[in-house]
Write a protein that binds this ligand. Structure first.
Ligand SMILES: Nc1ncnc2c1ncn2[C@@H]1O[C@H](COP(=O)(O)OP(=O)(O)OP(=O)(O)O)[C@@H](O)[C@H]1O
Ligand SMILES: [Mg+2]
Length: 247
């Protein structure tokens, strides 16, 4: 699913050069749930943005589903992001003046989907993440955990097979954070490949592998025993399986 070779992302600032991602060779199979950890500044977000076609490598190659991102032009990158990838961010990135349905529909608007199908799909996704009774609310009327669930609905709306998350539990208390990880695990059981950057060992231990970065390099990769979180209610588990494009 993900393959990088000698991947580099350097930032030139004045005379100095920051090697944010430094010769990373990485291979992640379809259906994996991977956590990326490492100290602040070790290059986790930069790596995730390059994998997500939001940033371009300085050198090296990056393939997602056998498509070479490093060879795409800007338009191809943005189409690829919109149609094939889902993103979840620490601070949710919901638009404050739009209700949850509108927020969730947005990636479908960029993909030029029909209004009726957009709305039906957004409702289906919001119900699947347990927000069926909040669909007409504004993000400002919701808790952090609810906002993050709406952001997950938005990330899934175009049926991606790969979900990329940058500190998705960073703004949440640990109990709410584990609810979000439970949703990722359920999506992963339905076939979704998940790559999640996190500072938090308690969150990372629920992935299948942990990639540890230091100074832009992959320092260590370990398999995790992967404690299963208490199962989600069966209705949510089933509806996540139904809406998951990876199923
Ligand atoms: N746009 C940029 N311009 C210049 N330097 C950058 C830029 N983005 C990142 N860097 C530098 O690249 C290095 C890696 O940054 P990155 O944000 O990827 O780290 P991180 O591991 O995600 O850290 P954190 O845990 O604090 O989020 C840092 O030294 C950072 O200052
Ligand atoms: Mg970061």
């Amino acid at each position: 699913m993900i393959d990088t070779q000698k991947l580099q992302r350097y930032f030139e600032i004045g005379d100095s050069c920051v090697k944010a991602v430094d010769n990373v060779d990485l291979s992640i199979a379809a259906g994996e749930f991977v956590a990326v950890m490492g100290p602040s500044g070790s290059g986790k977000s930069t790596l995730l943005y390059v994998l997500g076609a939001m940033d371009r490598p300085t050198a090296g190659s990056v393939s997602i589903n056998n498509r070479r991102l490093d060879l795409m032009n800007d338009q191809q990158c943005s189409d690829f992001r919109n149609r094939e990838l889902g993103f979840v961010f620490q601070s949710f990135h919901l638009l404050p003046r739009m209700n949850l349905i509108r927020n969730t529909e947005l990636p479908m608007i960029y993909a030029q989907a029909e209004p009726a199908s957009r709305r039906a799909r957004a409702e289906q996704l919001l119900k699947a993440v347990g927000l069926g009774d909040r669909m007409d609310r504004l993000p400002t009327e919701l808790s952090g955990g609810q906002c993050q669930r709406a952001a997950i609905a938005r990330a899934l709306v175009n049926g991606p097979k790969l979900l990329l998350a940058d500190e998705p539990t960073g703004n949440l208390d640990s109990r709410t954070g584990l609810e979000i990880i439970g949703i990722f695990q359920a999506l992963n059981r339905a076939g979704m490949t998940v790559v999640m950057v996190t500072h938090d060992e308690n969150m990372a231990e629920h992935a299948g592998r942990i990639i540890r970065m230091c100074d832009g390099r992959v320092e260590h990769i370990e398999n995790v025993a992967r404690p299963l979180l208490s199962q989600l209610p069966e209705s949510i588990e089933n509806s996540l399986r139904e809406v998951s494009g990876a199923a």
